[in-house]
Structure formats: C-alpha cells, structure tokens
Write a new protein. Sequence first.
Length: 145
Amino acid sequence: MPSQTVAVRKPSALDAIRHLDYVILICEDMPKMRAFYAGTMGFRVHKDLWDGNWVELKVGSVLLVLRPRGLVQLKGRSHDGPARAGSAGLQLAFRVAPAEVEACHAALAAQGVPILDEPTDQPWAHRTLFFQDPEHNLLEVYADI
C-alpha cells in the first residue's frame, strides 16, 4: 500500500479566532426588522444605540445586531453595497431541542410568519423549520436528531 503524504499546515495568527461573538444584519427597514427580531422572535434587546440605528439583541451567547445599510462609513466609504430585492442576504440557524421545533413552528405560524418549509427530518440528522424575516433572510430552527 503506498504511503500517503499529509500536508502540515503552518500555524497562523488566524488560529486565535475561536468564537463568533456577533452577527450584523444590514437592514433596509429598521423598525420592521426590530419588531420582527425583538417582538416576533422574542430576542432580548441588549443595547439600543444611535436613535435605534444600532440594535443589539441577545441570542444565547451571541449578539445579533441590526443596523441600516450605509450606517458604517470607513474612510468616508460604505462597504455595504446595494441590496438585492427579494433575495436572502444570509441564513441564520437557531438550535433548539428536538421537541421545540414543532412548538417554534406553531408560535411563528400563529404570528403570521410565512413558513417556507414545515418541520422536516433531514438526511443530515437535523429536524428543520425554514422561514424568512421581513427582508427575506433565510431563517432556520433546527434540532439534532
């Protein structure tokens, strides 16, 4: 049997990155997005800065930050780029216990949140529920099964 060579990766300064602390959602309609994430989803507001233009919501150990497109200017420029109408900009996945997927589905449906895919057992050993926020970002509630 031929021997296999295993590539050894050199250590990098980027090896120090071990945690994702916050996710920033760039929003077109801050009041609508805040109502969805703080109201519909029930995430606790951690900080509200700059007249509601920077809203930090606590989701477990991660902060979900809402801010309007173009708020952050670096060297006089925004790096946000234009929004793509009707398309998802990102997908967020929220993990729950297996029995809670159905309860989340019922709670979201009761609030009129459009459900894309009802709870389904997937071949990758997740039970998933897919829906969208008001700006068409793809959201998933899932459980390991």
